[in-house]
Design a binder for this molecule. Structure first.
Ligand SMILES: [Zn+2]
Ligand SMILES: [Zn+2]
Length: 297
């Protein structure tokens, strides 16, 4: 079994790179890749652990990027680009990712301030004390829900539902209740592709069903021209129909087809996921963690 899309606590995942590899080994995966958002700080630990356990491990990253379709900024698509098997020591790549992480800090501070203004208990220090080198929305949300008063408030807002997915918490408080108080930091897709290519890596479009429609094949053609090597057709974000559709697109355009769970570590087991099979191990882990994380006892 292969999984080429996993997150650690260096972005918005829960586990350390070492724990992820150990867990993958225990559950019989043969090839794994860590793809943290906008950062590669966990890759060395991931690779070293994997090698010592005799697994095939690949360097990886998931870069938030944007594509202005037809060169128009009002026709902007937000696309996640996966980079694989690159030189982790590449200077330009490391520099660009560090710059992106730094550029994101004011955004994180603005979001925290907005939350404080709406009387959430959130200490900026706690957010910046996390291991995350790129602080995403889930990292901030993770700090919020660990406070018991905040958690009570959330439960009340969600009418005491037993399971409250973190994506719903983010959607409600970061994008709706007080307007849009959070944005991810991105680079242009051309830049993301160039950085990975120059570091000797391959480019894969992450979970296209999340950002593109079935009519967007022209965009894939455009991306292929600038260096796209593959499509993550098999992902937990896709329905069976989408998995089939994106495999057909990949085959038609002679692109690789890749498989990735996009495991972060805190998705409750009770979520109605469509895909089963290689992801069973994630459910076990998710369950273990979500009970602790969501105070379910
Ligand atoms: Zn993604
Ligand atoms: Zn991801």
């Amino acid at each position: 079994m292969i999984d080429l899309h996993i997150h650690s606590y260096y972005s918005d995942g829960v586990y350390s790179p070492k724990e992820l590899v150990q867990c993958a080994k225990e559950l019989g995966l043969s090839t794994v890749c860590l793809t943290d958002h906008n950062g590669i700080d966990g890759v060395e630990e991931f690779l070293t652990t994997g090698q010592s356990l005799g697994m095939k491990v690949i360097s990886g990253v998931e870069i938030y990027s944007y594509l202005d379709v037809g060169g128009l900024s009002n026709n902007r698509k937000h696309i996640h680009i996966l980079g694989y098997d690159f030189d982790t020591k590449n200077k330009a790549l490391n520099k660009a990712l560090k710059k992106l992480q730094k550029r994101h800090i004011p955004q994180v501070k603005t979001t925290i301030k907005a939350l404080q203004e709406h009387e959430w208990n959130i200490d900026e220090k706690k957010v910046f004390d996390t291991k995350a080198t790129y602080i995403g929305s889930a990292t901030i949300a993770g700090v919020i829900i660990k406070d018991s008063q905040n958690w009570e408030r959330i439960q009340k807002d969600f009418k005491n539902r037993k399971i409250i997915p973190i994506t719903e918490i983010i959607g409600k408080y970061f994008f709706k209740a007080y307007g849009r108080i959070y944005e991810e930091s991105e680079i242009s897709i051309e830049k993301a592709i160039t950085l990975i290519k120059n570091a000797g890596g391959k480019i894969v479009l992450a979970h296209p069903g999340q950002h593109l429609s079935w009519e967007d094949e022209d965009i894939i053609v455009e991306l292929k021209q600038i260096g796209l090597d593959g499509i993550e057709a098999v992902t937990s974000h896709h329905s069976w129909q989408e998995i089939e559709h994106w495999q057909i697109v990949a085959k038609e355009l002679d692109l690789m087809i890749t498989v990735g769970s996009d495991f972060h570590g805190y998705v409750p087991k009770e979520w109605d996921f469509i895909i089963r099979g290689p992801w069973d191990y994630f459910f076990q882990q998710c369950d273990r963690y979500s009970r602790h994380f969501l105070n379910l006892g």
